[in-house]
Every structure is written in structure tokens, then in C-alpha cells.
Design a binder for this molecule. Sequence first.
Ligand code: HDE
Length: 705
Amino acid sequence: MAKKTSQTSPSDKATIHDQKLQRGAGGELHQFAEDGMPLLTTAQGGPVSDDQNTLRVGARGPALIDDFHFREKIFHFDHERIPERVVHARGYGAHGYFETYESLAAYTRADLFQRPGEKTPAFVRFSTVAGSKGSFDLARDVRGFAVKIYTQQGNWDLVGNNIPVFFIQDAIKFPDVIHSVKPEPDKEFPQAQSAHDNFWDFITLTPESMHMIMWVMSDRAIPRSFRFMEGFGVHTFRFVNATDESTFVKFHWKPKLGLQSVAWNEAVKINGADPDFHRRDLWQSIQSGAFPEWELCVQLFDQDFADTFDFDILDPTKLIPEEILPVKPIGRLVLDRMPDNFFAETEQVAFMTQNVPPGIDFSNDPLLQGRNFSYLDTQLKRLGGPNFTHLPINAPKCPFHNFQQDGHMAMRNPVGRVNYQPNSWNQGPRESPVQGYRHFPAEEQGPKVRLRPESFADHYSQARQFYISQTPPEQRHIAAALIFELSKVETPVIRERMVSHLLNIDETLASKVGHALGFKSMPKPADAAMPTRQDLEPSPALSIIERGPKRFEGRKLGILVSDGTDAAIFKALLAEITEQKAAFEVIAPKIGGVTLSDGNWIEAHQMIDGGPSVLYDAVALLPSAEGTGDLLKEATARDFVADAFVHCKFIGYVETALPLMQKAGIADSLDEGVIALGAAKDVTTFIKALGKLRIWGREPSVKLN
Ligand code: HDE
């Protein structure tokens, strides 16, 4: 017999049987299964009776084509995939807002920059470049930093990277540089790696890539978290104000928590231990209410500055050092909400460099100009038709009106008779020369040519400037990365060609790399398009370590415990860590948790095998004497300690953990980064020390590189 709720109207009773019904707020009919859960339906809304068995002739007979539910379900599944992005396939996004600090009306008429304190919704997608959608997070690679701000004058997409320069100067070379870094086409490997012949072949034949290569070989390419990376618009853009005056602008995102990267040896191990390390980090921090934040800063300059600057401001392989032109903070970006659905939002979001509101305009940077073509084109391929702007993640949040219609998946078409203009019915939207987008009327003239400007010809000066701006550990990491990458190159002439470029950047670096690669003699320096290299002043702003956070906020401590762990020390640690607004995880021999010395049981986040120390910024070793005895039998416990030491991390320990430290081979080489936790006051000392993040002074002795 029919079961009905009291909300059911008489007309419903006539048509719907054997299910519970409820009217929703909008009067729509909600159907419920017998157990009170929402009723399963087909995509057409038809109720489903059995989702476990296909329709057959008898229990062992053939399937029937009548089974529309089965056919619809499988058909939809077969079509679940869309092409992954040709670059930046692996990404992770979050919602948030942008808040303006002060009116920038003097520079730009962009509506979002007019009113101090005004918040505008935003969506950000971080990504790696070369790897496919399922590749690992800690590849040595550039990170995408794409921001969509839903302004009242339409969407503004600032599609940037975490490195302020690019490999090439002209968009026509983009397919080549990307082909070279992607898996080699005959073998389809290596995946998400630049350490192979094709990449280094292209790079060494393209001297304009040398500045970017120094960045990619630096720790910038293995960030600890999306939250600890800078972002850059890369190109020179224009701000244009209400009276059509233009100011050149370069955009920078500065993370509130400071910069931090991991060591290469650590990155390799993180990829095995947690290939989702970066996305998990963003997810966990936002879900825990620790919302990541960046300041948007600008470098503003005019044509006079551009004329006196040593390099061409249109050349995307160059930056303007902050020491020469300081950055001005103009607002902040806060990420405070994860998408409800990864595919609907993060996968389908369509960033396009050409999405700019009135008041923001382009320069003639030839890379930017090429991008303005590419991004629209790629969305058509990826999202399957011209109506991708109808998807909620891509639709503007301001009102919009036009006569675009039809096409695949059209969800918004013009209403009524008129779908063109001009029309005699006095209907429909109108253009406005006053409020509409006005391109900056730059005067342009010249012969039609395919020519690289002379002013783009110096490929080494800023590459050297980047290198000499690094601290000694960072310089060591660059050398080690070059040695590692080139050691994977099988063709000797490519290795030599790279060293011949390095000779134009820094001779000591070149000879270190040449020596480590086993060269019998050094090659000649590469022929430079511009024979003289300028000796530029170092720019400390380019170093990560110089700009470290000096506090542990936002970082994670791994606490190794066992049954019998000293409860007072454990609790003191937790209190201090929480005070620092940092996170922690408890690692125990078993996932079932442990009982502390005071008899209290605590939960473990990780079993020792699943929580290697590479997942943490620092570790505390708190096992009891008995617990240490058990852990001595585990290779993973030994690696936990040995790796933390080798990766130059701070280690806090209780005396009972010493045998484990002995087994890990570190007990005889303790330094100021290994801190005894005898009493609660030592915990304070330990937590204070963590602000340095790493003891890089230990590095040469542990031969990390
Ligand atoms: Fe992109 N790039 N790019 N790129 N790019 C794409 O657009 C392209 C460049 C960047 O999270 C594609 O939607 C060309 C520089 C990011 O969805 C494609 C050139 C910078 C993302 C494309 C460049 C970037 C992309 C692929 C040389 C830093 C990911 C999928 C002229 C300033 C956006 C897509 C996201 C994605 C083309 C160079 C950043 C094919 C032709 C320089 C962050 O349109």
C-alpha cells in the first residue's frame, strides 16, 4: 500500500506510490526511500527500484536493452572525463576573497581598487606545470598561481606563477618548451620531471631560458606548501585611470606566513609518502580555520623608469628587483573555503589572461599577447563548447547581459523576441563608451616583421644576479639540482652545453657542476647573444631563507610517542604548539593510540610506517624507555629520526629516546638543533628555536647534497 506523509497534496496521491513525499521550500516534491534517505532517481528524475542488479531474463539470463537505468548510469560514467589541461593539469583550488587596502583611483579605474575595506569574491587554483593530473605534488617544477576575482565589472583573472620570469620570450616557443619537458613522445616517460635529455636539450639551445632555469633549479621549485609561496603576474601590465592615464604595473602575491621550501632529498621521499602533500596541506589548513593569506603588492612605474631600467620591461625573462623598485601592498587575498566539488569547480574553472576589468590593460610583452589568444582557445577544447562561462565557477558574479545564444549546453539564452542590436524595439543591452572597457590608446606603428628586439638580448646578467642573491645553502641547492638533473641526461654534449652556459653565469658554480659530472676539462663559455654581462648588485629579496618567517606558525610538528610517554612534556608541547598557531600530528607504533604516563589515552594520527618525518617541519621524540625498545626494531622509526636530522630539522628529544637516536646514527653529532626536553621549560626553548625552521649549518656535515 502507498505510504504518504501529511505534506502530500491530493494530486500527488494519485500519481506516486510506495514512497514518502515532502514538499521543499520552493514547492518541489522531495521523495524519500523507506529508510528516510533521499530516493535514488535517474538523471531524468525517475525513481529507481534496484541499483544492484541489471535487468535480465531470469537470474542467469542475458541483459535486456529495456534497462534504461543501467544504460543511463553506464553512459554517464563513460563520459565522466574531460581532457586534462595541456599544462598545469594537476591543480588544487580554494575560494576566498580579495580585500582592498586603499583607493587606487589615481592609477586605475578598476572598480575593485576604489573603496578601502571592500571585499570581492575570489577563487584560486595552484598547480604544477609538467605533470599529468594524477602526478605527485613535490615534482621539481614551476607552480601555477591562478587567481580569479569576481569584480563588479566582470572577472579579473591574474594567471600567474610562483616564479616571476619565464623560460621563453615569445609565445611561439611555448609548444616547444612544453613538448620538451613533457614525457618523451616515443616512451611516454619520464612523468613530471625535467631531468631528461629532451628538456635540457631545448633549454641549452635556448639561452633566454637561463634566468628561469636558475629559479627552477632553486628551492622555489620544491615549495613546502602552496601557503608558503609567492605568486607573480610575471608580465608588465598597465593600470589605466579614469582620465585614461596609464601606469605600468607588475603584480606580486606575498604569503603572510613567509616563504619556505623543502630539501630535494625530502621532496623525493614526500612524493612516496604522500603524493598529495600540497593539496592535503591546503585542505587541512582551510578546514581547521587557519586561512592562508597573501598580500597583493604592485611595482608601479612610468615610461621614464622603463627607459632608464637596464632591461626591457616587455621581456618576460626579466624582473625588476624590489631593491630598485619597492613593492607597494594594495590588498590581501584570503582563502577560507574549499570547493564543494573538485570537478565542478577546480577542474572546470577556466582562467583566461584576457579577462581584465576596465582599468587593467596589457603591455606589448609578446608572451602575454600570445597567452591572450591561447587561454580562450584551450577552454573550448577542454570544456567542450562556448558556454563554459555558464558554469557557476566561471560565471561573473555581477549582472551580465549580451545576445550570445545557443551552442552546446546553453543554460542562459536571451529572453524574448530580440536577440540582436541595433533593433527597433528599444530592447536589450547597450554598449557604453563611458562605462565600457576602453583599451589604452597606445600609439603603435612599424614594419610587419618577425624580429626579436635587441633589448631582449642579455640572457645572463639577471641569471647571475639571482644566483649571487642566494644564501650559501641556497647556492648549494642550486648546484646540487643542476648536478642531479644533468646526471639524468644521457647525451654528454647536452651536459657540456649546459655547463658552457653556467660559465656565463658563475664560474665557481660551473666548475662545481662540471667537476661533479666528471668532466675531464671544462667546455668553452657559450656564445652569448650579448657578449658583455652586467655585474648587477645582489637582490636579497630573491632569497627564500633571507625572507624566512622566523616563526613556526602554520607549520607542523611530528610527535613520536609510545605507551608510557611523559604526559607533562607531551602536554606542554601541545600547549606551546597551539599557542604558536602551528599544527601537530601524533605518530605512534600503532594507529590505535597510546596511554601516557599519567594513564590518559591519546589518539594517534599516524602509525610510524605512515608518518615519516618528511611530512613534518620539526619532530619531537618522546617514546618511553620501553617504547624506545620496541621502536628500535622498526626500520621506519630509525628512518624517522635519521631523515629528520639529515633534512636539517629541529629535533626535541627525551632521554629515553637516546637509543633510537644512536641507532639512527645521530647521537654523536648533536648540534644546537637537537634539543633535550628534560622539563617543561625546555619545551619553551625548543618551540622558540623552531622559528628558524631548519639548521642549514648542519647540511655540509650530513652531506644532504
Ligand atoms: Fe599558461 N596556459 N601559457 N602560463 N598557465 C595554461 O590554459 C600558455 C604562461 C599558467 O589553474 C593553459 O586553462 C601559453 C606563463 C597557469 O587553470 C593554456 C603561454 C604563465 C595556468 C596556457 C603560457 C602561465 C596556465 C592550459 C606562453 C605565468 C593554469 C590550460 C605564451 C605568468 C591555470 C588552461 C589553471 C594554463 C597557455 C605561459 C601560467 C594552454 C601559450 C608565462 C597558472 O592556455
